[in-house]
Design a protein around this ligand. Structure first.
Ligand code: ME8
Length: 532
């Protein structure tokens, strides 16, 4: 965040804060990588950005897991955060600006102040709750939400496990009175909930009428104490949602808060849609605080037709895939293969096939072919393009289109798949251009004209790759850097991350004379997947 950007509002993106009852799996990594790509994209537009992730550490689910492991909840959380969660984000090259844990004092103090304030404003009252609760979801369920087992037992539809019946005296937030205001807000902000199916679900839910929300629990103590009644702890979801405010200076650092809050995009899975699209904005409305720009729900990663979840272990860890395909391919694959917002299945076969055809053949081979030819025909010194014709013009236009589409789809619409496809369509176009121009044949023509033609073809291909490195940098930063190095671009253009994505189509940036070297293979051929 440079000084020239001080005072401007940051493009603020969050992931859910994940429960640390177990280690992260592919589903958590999916949301976090999407947020990383989105924020890297905006950073590379030159914008001020804030990317937040963290962990949700209170509640019964964590408490029971710690008990089952014979440690205190705090010790359990510390261990999981340090040994499993933070290392995975580092491994996946996640460039988050902060990592909030709900057991930190910067969070717990501010949550108490927020809730006390609501109490003082008469938004909270004491009442009795009796009804079903799913500890897996940490959610009070409505009878209509539940499904029935064959023997009639009521099950949580997400966890397919029996719900518990709670009977407690609790504090309630007057959520019911916010229904009309929320509906008005959804109406005025059609892009608030993405995708459309999620929006419809929320609107229908709110139209049925909201009930007041229990915001405290009194039968266990792993939570933030209710400030005016030490017998109660604050309901874990109220605690958790507030992370988006406490992490950016709510009630603590007014300047930081004004420059960051509210989030432009809360990335979530569709399992936690109501919390983010109904309860969270109502909490903010009750305090007169601004509501977020967008709630973007991703679909579920499925394995064998079931949602991949910590309680329903599927046995695939992100590290099992990165050790085989590499980190960059991993970051790319899920966004490429699944339309954001829809459910999708993972399979080794599909990942392997796409890796080989799209990454290794289309992209990796193009990079190595071009570098090899500049080496062979021009001693590794990039020649100038002096004979541009219609074929080159078509490449320039193809690039302009790829940049426009990718910037809109990734940067604005969160259509990562569409954006990636636009970039890879351009890669295919450049491959086609080389196949048609046949530089290896042109190379046999040693006339001045022949040399100029060959120089033009190779410059066009190298300059195209310069743009591809820039456009793919938010998605695959390591391979983009390797390509950047192989093109000798740093010497004349500077750091890769400083190249604005929206300007990537400006033609002729890579100067003639750049030193092109054949770097490491970007996407090595895959070993046979584990056969053990
Ligand atoms: O819900 N497919 O935490 P959580 C896609 N602590 N995304 C998935 C997924 C799957 N199979 N499984 C998990 C919580 N996710 C709360 C959040 S926020 C204030 C509190 C992702 O550990 C997806 O983003 O259960 C989902 O919303 C999140 O992980 C749930 O993580």
């Amino acid at each position: 965040t440079g000084s020239e950007k001080q005072g401007t509002k940051a493009f603020y993106v969050s992931t859910p804060i994940y429960y640390v009852n177990d280690a992260p799996h592919l589903g958590h990594a999916y949301t976090t990588v999407a947020g990383d790509v989105l924020t890297r994209w905006h950073r590379q537009r030159g914008e001020k950005v804030w990317y937040l992730t963290g962990t949700d550490e209170h509640g019964q689910k964590i408490m029971r897991t710690a008990e089952a492991n014979n440690v205190t909840p705090q010790a359990w959380c510390d261990k999981l955060v340090e040994e499993a969660w933070k290392p995975l984000w580092e491994h996946l090259n996640i460039a988050n600006d902060d990592f909030i844990r709900t057991t930190q004092k910067r969070h717990t103090d501010r949550v108490q102040e927020f809730v006390q304030d609501l109490y003082d404003k008469d938004e909270i009252y004491k009442g009795g709750y009796e009804g079903p609760y799913c500890v897996g979801c940490e959610e009070f369920k409505l009878p209509g939400d539940l499904i029935e087992a064959e023997d009639g037992t009521k099950l949580c539809p997400v966890h397919k496990k029996p719900v518990e019946i709670l009977k407690e005296e609790n504090y309630f937030f007057k959520l019911s009175q916010y229904g009309p205001k929320l509906l008005e807000f959804y109406e005025a902000n059609p892009g608030f909930i993405q995708p459309e199916s999620a929006r419809n679900e929320v609107v229908n839910f709110v139209k049925q009428g909201l009930e007041d929300l229990s915001i405290s629990r009194s039968t266990f103590d792993w939570g933030i104490p209710v400030p005016w009644d030490a017998e109660h702890v604050i309901y874990v979801w109220i605690d958790a949602l507030l992370n988006y405010a406490t992490a950016v200076g709510y009630n603590e650092n007014p300047e930081k808060f004004a420059e960051t809050f509210p989030a432009n995009v809360h990335l979530i899975g569709k399992d936690i849609l109501r919390f983010h699209a109904v309860i969270w904005p109502a909490m903010l409305m009750a305090q007169g605080l601004p509501v977020p720009g967008r709630i973007a729900a991703n679909g579920w990663l499925m394995v064998g037709g079931e949602k991949m979840s910590k309680s329903n272990l599927t046995g695939i860890k992100p590290q099992d895939l990165t050790s085989h395909f590499g980190v960059d391919a991993y970051r790319w694959y899920f966004l490429r293969a699944i339309a954001f917002g829809q459910d999708g299945s993972f399979s080794w076969e599909d990942f392997s096939a796409r890796y080989t055809s799209e990454l290794a053949n289309d992209y990796g081979n193009l990079a190595s072919r071009v570098a090899a030819m500049v080496g062979k025909y021009f001693g590794g010194e990039l020649p100038a393009a002096t004979a541009d014709g219609d074929a080159e013009k078509a490449v320039h236009e193809g690039l302009a289109k790829a940049v426009e589409v990718a910037d809109r789809k990734i940067g604005e619409e969160l259509d990562f798949q569409g954006g990636i496809l636009a970039i890879f369509d351009f890669v295919k176009q450049v491959n086609g251009y080389i196949t048609e121009q046949e530089p290896w044949k042109v190379a046999k023509d040693e006339s001045e004209e022949g040399r100029a033609r060959l120089a033009t073809i190779l410059y066009t291909a190298a300059e195209s790759l310069r743009a591809v490195a820039v456009l793919l940098n938010p998605i695959m930063p390591e391979t983009s850097q390797a390509l950047w190095d192989s093109l000798g671009a740093e010497a004349s253009l500077g750091a890769l991350a400083a190249q604005p994505v929206q300007d990537a189509a400006g033609w002729g940036k890579l100067p003639a004379g750049a030193t092109v070297t054949k770097g490491a293979v970007l996407f090595p051929r895959l070993e046979d997947p584990k056969k053990d």
